[in-house]
Design a protein around this ligand. Structure first.
Ligand code: FNR
Length: 195
């Protein structure tokens, strides 16, 4: 199983970076090959249909497209901003959605969020799944929102709270088992008609 993993925060010291690094370690321990990407590699301008028509996809969107196509499934940690999804990530979803065949189509995705707030970013995750599902991705029903993220990690980058740690591991491994089972179907779906 090849997983592409990234945090959509651009901030040094991001809690979502810590969470995706932890998820990548758990997945690797389980035997997955994990391509852990830095979202700065996917730097791209704000979506502009004129630019898209005249020049195609910008370099950063092409880079993200290639990494998605090369993966069986994705792990994504993304912050909540103003009760909603990350604008940086929505812009990237929009650019990549203009590629053909649609790279998101048929990709199993596990969504996570970390926030110092008591909600952990769950409201943003509910919104993040909408455009991804609109693009044909198979977003896992369980989503991991980590509240109080400023106090949640120990010195080794693990979750200090045992229940949270167990919940992440159980959900993530459940996602990987589902992605493995769906892989043959997902591969066919990729070659299906893209909208
Ligand atoms: C936030 N933050 C935030 N947190 C939350 O749980 N719900 C929210 O609605 C918001 N809104 C919000 C808006 C803006 C503009 C900023 C800058 C921040 C807090 C946010 O979750 C926090 O900064 C996280 O640390 C961001 O994730 P990273 O960068 O640590 O991964």
């Amino acid at each position: 199983m090849k997983l592409l993993a990234f945090s959509t925060s651009l901030r040094d010291g991001s809690f979502n970076h810590k969470l995706i690094e932890l998820a990548a370690r758990i997945a690797r321990r389980d035997g997955a090959e994990v391509d852990l990407a830095d979202f700065h590699e996917f730097d791209m301008p704000l979506y502009d249909a004129d630019m898209n028509r005249e020049e195609g996809l910008p370099h950063g969107a092409l880079a993200l497209e290639r990494r998605i196509l090369n993966a069986d499934a994705l792990l994504i940690a993304t912050p909540e901003y103003n009760y909603s999804m990350s604008g940086v990530f929505k812009n990237a979803i929009d650019w990549v959605s203009r590629a053909r065949p649609m790279p998101w189509r048929g990709k199993a995705i596990y969504l996570m969020s970390a926030s110092p707030s008591a909600m952990g970013g769950i409201r943003g995750l509910w919104q993040t799944r909408v455009p991804l599902e609109g693009c044909g991705a198979l977003v896992f029903p369980d989503m991991f929102a980590l509240p109080h993220s400023d106090k949640a990690f120990d010195q080794d980058g693990n979750l200090a709270d045992r229940e949270n740690a167990k919940r992440l591991e159980v959900e993530l491994l459940g996602f990987i088992r589902m992605a493995e089972a769906l892989a043959p179907i997902c591969a066919k779906r990729l070659t299906g008609t893209a909208r």
